[in-house]
Design a binder for this molecule. Sequence first.
Ligand SMILES: [Zn+2]
Length: 317
Amino acid sequence: MQSVSGTSSVYSNPYIQRKNNNKSSNMISFASQKQDSSEKVSNKKLIGWAVGIGALLLTVGAAVVTRGRAIQKQKLLAQIPNDLQVRFESLKNLKGKDFVDKAYAEMVDYMGLKGIAPEKIIKDGTDGIMSVQGGYSMIDNTISYTPGFFEKLDRVKQLNLLSHELTHCRQYTNMLRTEGITVEKYVESIVDSMIKNSIKSPLDNPGFTNQYKNAVKKGTEKEFLARVKESWSKDLTAKVQESYKDVLKMPKIKADSPEGKKAYEYLKANSEYETLDAFGFGSDAYKNNPLETEAYAFGDKIEAYFNKFCEAYKIID
Ligand SMILES: [Zn+2]
């Protein structure tokens, strides 16, 4: 925009200068007595005219640029589904905790998780050495983030991670809502994964690790694992029944519907789930787990839409 007005003033000045010279020389020859005052008047007029042209060119230049920007803005907004765009509008002027709370509420509603997802998110744990972490508890039905989520991330990334954990919430609540997936089967898939992870990462659960090592030495590994499974399952079943009591009362999803079939895939994926390591890094098994690929894909999709929205409105964090 600046270069346009700069260019216009460079072009108009020599022209005005030339006209000015012609006029003043005419005046001089016609009435020399009034030379001074008439020259002043004509100069004033010319200056006024020059300003007028300059302002006019400037306006034209500015109008062209604004129109270009408006087209660009419309192009960006047109790529965002309307129901998301309306929600983004309501987030436009919010920052910090206000943004996080409102963004969470909007995504809960957008994803059809009202009355299903936790009412609030929780700040919990510590950041990884090089990462900020979030998590959905499939036992407590809670969503939590380490402090860095609130302090280190920009809004685009925050929205991505809110969408990511809410995807997990939908996956697990859909499992519990699907015909044939009882709380017991749901819990069994969790316990299977917990045992696998406890064996794989001995430092995560030292109590388990010590007893497991002893059992392996004595050759009673199978019996030990069966006992652990029974005890953990009993404990978790009670917890799941309490945390998801409203979800369990909801209408069931048919087992042979697309959603129901997906829920059975989630259940299998959950029993094979590998957790992040202590540094916040995920193995290939973690990244390739269908529960994660879906959550990452959805989070990234929402982030891409919100990025376009921020670009359209020149929102910068
Ligand atoms: Zn995840």
